[in-house]
Ligand binder design. Structure first.
Ligand SMILES: Nc1ncnc2c1ncn2[C@@H]1O[C@H](COP(=O)(O)OP(=O)(O)O)[C@@H](O)[C@H]1O
Ligand SMILES: [Mg+2]
Length: 267
């Protein structure tokens, strides 16, 4: 098998504890059975990539992990998803609290029409993570540093977040998610609206973030999956076909569907 995707990657194979344990997850949109019987364990402090052809259920599964599907009236989710052993679909779980623990970054940068500072301060404020202005300033600075944006914006924190470049806006959205100290960060094609330089910056950032928490990224770019992830899950027609180390998926796929996809025959 051609090894073009792995040429430049550094290989980290250290096993990490399980963060998310998902069993028999199914999703319907009305009559449409979009996700079929997905069981997978996602590791802490690891980047996991979800790959597969358009419409195969990657975003649907990602949205299960922080109950974003709750916001889609026709969506119905069954099965079990345990975060550190606790069922995130338990009636007692507040989805807003859950989404602070399991943050999300979307395809198109979507900063609030507010200042850079307020974009980042919003989450810590509503979740009571700072007791006073000085503490809040510290949380905002730390999140912006964590998203590799501080140096570019420190002198204009009170300007609008929507006035930044696309790549900066996406890093602002990452800072906003990081500000609530998440345990898992979900990213749905976070670079698809970015140019190559901004993409490289976000990919480098993803590699740094996994030292602190688990990152799950949906990507249509196999090169990106190979560059940023240690684990890869391949989805096809609503099934999780194959899950394993990124090196194995790209060099020794076990399923013929995976093999066809990564060699460019389906997609
Ligand atoms: N809100 C929705 N309502 C109805 N069908 C949906 C909705 N979102 C996704 N689907 C359908 O579910 C399937 C999986 O979609 P999705 O998870 O977005 O795939 P992917 O992210 O892999 O491209 C597709 O057939 C899609 O049309
Ligand atoms: Mg999608």
């Amino acid at each position: 098998m051609n090894n073009m995707y792995l040429a430049e990657r550094t290989v980290h194979t250290q096993a990490q504890p399980i963060k998310f344990r998902c069993s028999d997850v199914q999703v319907w949109y009305g009559e449409k059975h979009a996700l079929k019987d997905v069981s997978v364990d996602l590791q802490d402090k690891t980047v996991t990539a979800f790959i597969g052809p358009s419409g195969c259920g990657k975003s649907t599964f990602l949205r299960c992990l922080n109950r974003m599907n709750d916001t889609i009236p026709v969506a119905r989710v069954t099965g079990q998803m345990l975060l550190d052993g606790d069922d995130i679909y338990d009636r007692r779980v507040d989805p807003v609290q859950l989404r602070a623990r399991v943050g999300m970054v979307f395809q198109k940068p979507n900063p609030f029409p507010k200042s850079i500072y307020d974009n980042v301060a919003y989450g810590p404020k509503i979740h009571g993570l700072a007791r006073n202005k000085a503490e809040l300033d510290g949380v905002v600075e730390q999140a912006l540093r964590g998203a590799a944006l501080w140096d570019e914006v420190k002198d204009r924190l009170h300007e609008s977040g929507t006035g930044l470049s696309g790549g900066q806006q996406q890093r602002l959205c990452i800072a906003r998610a990081v500000a609530t100290a998440p345990e898992v960060l979900l990213m749905d094609e976070p670079c698809s609206a970015l140019d190559p330089i901004a993409t490289a910056q976000v990919e480098e950032l993803i590699d740094e973030l996994r030292e602190q928490f688990s990152v799950v990224i949906v990507t249509h770019s196999m090169q990106q999956a190979a560059r940023v992830s240690q684990k890869t899950a391949f989805f096809h027609l609503g099934h999780l076909v194959e899950y394993g180390s990124t090196d194995d998926i790209f060099t020794r796929p076990q399923d013929p569907r995976t093999e066809s996809y990564i060699s460019g025959r389906i997609g």
